[in-house]
Design a protein around this ligand. Sequence first.
Ligand code: SAH
Ligand code: SF4
Length: 435
Amino acid sequence: MNKADSERMAGILERIGYYIAPSELEADLVLYNTCTIRDNAEQKVYSYLGRQARRKKSCPHLKIIVAGCVAQQEGESLLRRVPEIDLIMGPQHANRLETLLMQVENGQQVVATDEQYILEDLTTARRDSPICAWVNVIYGCNERCSYCVVPSVRGKEQSRSPEAIRLEIEDLASLGYKEITLLGQNIDAYGRDLPGITKEGRRQNTLTDLLHYIHDIDGIERIRFATSHPRYFTKRLIKACSELSKVCEHFHIPFQSGDNEILRAMGRGYTIEKYKRIIEDIRDLMPNASISADVIVAFPGENEMQFNKTLSLIEEIGFDQVNTAAYSPRPNTPASNWPDQLPEAIKVERLKQLNALVEVTAREKNIRYKDLIEEVLAEGINPKNEQQLMGRTRTNRLTFFPKEGPKGYRYKTGDLVPLTIKEIRSFSLSGVPLR
Ligand code: SAH
Ligand code: SF4
């Protein structure tokens, strides 16, 4: 989400005449698009800002912008800490960068953190990849997980209209993009804030309807979506994914904890039994689908037994990948005020144990690819080996392969390449092209 916002803001800057500077310390304008999901993400920006603030003394025309979730969370108090900042803008203001910069150019110091109706995106993002693109589908989050800062910094859910989404994807297809990832904090909650039926009588109110609606766009070969919340994940969605050929067999569904009491304290609104049923339903229709998740360890009050249930669930389900984090208390969230916070040493120890298990499980899951034929979309050159391309399988496994096929055919970025998988590692594969 943060990357997608950065690409949109970079697109705006490019359109009004900025170009990428050779380095951060030579730029006339620096924009930090910040993240505050955990404390260590937040702290990074302060050290960057210190350096730029010092530079401004000898370089008074320098413009310093702080965008994103730290900007939203801290607002004006950032100015007290770093008075050299010219513009503070929350994530809902990303599309307004040009207007806000005009105010800065008129000599104002601007703080834009009020709740916004997110304007339909008229700018062209400056996308990092020429092949794979993010497409925002729903902004914000209406949940209230007790540990999470997202609802207070990204605001209420706002779904884009299916027509606007389709137009953006058609544009991407005409530019040569092959893969799109639909984005939302809880993507499967898409459309709850939209009218259920269009003027033409078409249903538009769910992610499932949206997938059907965009599926026939010529040129787009692969459709992904993230992140799914177990509460909104329906059988109808699973069925659509199994029937729509462009929708890739990968699901990112965070479960956060393997213990029902902790889930209740987190305010997640589902049980482990429900989570397991979802995975069973997926595997019934798509036995080889890959499943990934997010997990938090050392949530306030989590005991050894509850932590072990998280480990058991990872073994039982056999995840392809798990993003892990130790609980980090966030400003203005209920859990940060609870008395039973766990010491740092337990956080470190549990995270270490969890990561070790995730690595083993991922490697075990990867064994199923050995000698299989997988289709990989070439996304670019392997930065560690120029003779290789890299891309992902439909199931989202990073895969490396030689640029040149056995019969001398030279593959390039954007090609869909059938490979025989030869090498298996925990988090990546290597293969050779069939042709
Ligand atoms: N909306 C998605 C996740 C968005 S936040 C969902 O609910 O699943 C991305 C991930 O950051 C979360 O899944 C969670 O695992 C992690 N996270 C959020 N707040 C956190 C906190 N306070 N401490 C540690 N991890 C956190
Ligand atoms: Fe945060 Fe929960 Fe919303 Fe996910 S669903 S963004 S974890 S509040």
